[in-house]
Design a protein around this ligand. Sequence first.
Ligand code: ZN
Length: 124
Amino acid sequence: MEYISIGDLSVVRTCLCGYEVVVRTSWTNSNLDRRFQGCLGNTGSYCGVFQWVDPPMCRRAKEIIPGLLSRRNDKERQLNEHREKNFKKEALEGKLITYRLMGIVASVVTFVLLVLYSALQPHA
Ligand SMILES: [Zn+2]
């Protein structure tokens, strides 16, 4: 295992397997947004090297933050649903405007053709 120092923190650079460890973020309720590093274990081996990068959250934060995060995620989901509905609505309105413009153009072309046709008719 190889260590490197970042400030006053000594972190693992390679695990016992010899691979460079990757810093990841925990999203469990007891360790929300807390970074850790360790053996990836994705090469068929897992040496068990694991180290927290960030200090633990205090008890009060562990009680409050999961609820806040859950509410934030609900609001974000609602916002995305609203945006999707608006996008579909705007796309439909865009199609309607296009169809109306096509109708107006078709009417004008028809009118011009009728005027030309009647102008070209021999007068009796
Ligand atoms: Zn390893």
